[in-house]
Design a protein around this ligand. Sequence first.
Ligand SMILES: [Ca+2]
Length: 323
Amino acid sequence: MCLCSVLAGGPVAPSVPPPTLSELRRLPRNCPIIYDNDWLRDVTDDEYLFAKAHLGEANLRGLILTKDLWDQGRLYTVEQGLKDFRENIAIARRSGWRSIPDVTVGADRVFQRPASGRIEDTKPIPSAGAELIVREAGKASPARPLIVVVGGPLNTVASAYLMDPSIAPKMIVLMTDIDGYNGQDKWANYIVTTRCRLANFGADPVWWPQRPQAPVMPLERFSSLPDSEVTREIRRVAREFWERSTRKENPVRDDGFGDGAGLFLFFRPETWRDVRKVRVNGPDSREYVTEGRYHYLDAWRLDFSLMREEFFATIAAALAKRG
Ligand SMILES: [Ca+2]
């Protein structure tokens, strides 16, 4: 690499070593966890995490709402996201689940790319969510890092890094769909993939099982669960996925366990069987590599049936443990 490209900020050396799958599979069970999403009621992985927290199996430190930044952030409001979060949290609490934190608001806009092209010249988007990540990562360590599970844009995590770059070695980011819906702000992706430690599960290259394969949430499995408001909430999402993916006119993909692949990696490491290494060449350019420098990992082979058993067993155990 020539000096000029270093000065321009271009093809970047990672500032921290990228994660390996074997390292991610050995993360201590008591790592602090922050769950960062744009919506809760369109997925069921939040309920899986809430169940783990209620069972005392997840050190859940916070829930962050990062605004859905579709159409450069013009389509939705923070208030819509907050309403969705609060409704879902209330359902879980009314169902007897404890240890679920209140929502903290994160980034509410896309980044302005600095004219210099240098990540370090980017202005962080200030928010209570970014401050929460800085605070929790500050208490963590490389051996027991903060796990940030991201199912929306990476703008809050990127802002936390910009506010305090020393958190990078003490944080693992488990992202969903960086190249799709959640990765709309490519500058945010560029910051986090080259400066932090990240693994991604995304529609590109692999997504949840689609028809005619069996769904990860078969509707008949719900009859074995005790009835509760949260059981009905999870089933509502599962039924929506089933109906929209099997209808004759314009079927839409099944989003399975939504943003939860990273949670399964953390709680049931054997569900992630293989990954691919991704090298980032710039904010709009990445490639798969088998050797040499890489920046982050993409999920490649997963055990969906083990995830299904893990999910239903966890929800059943948490419902059995109510008051
Ligand atoms: Ca989401």
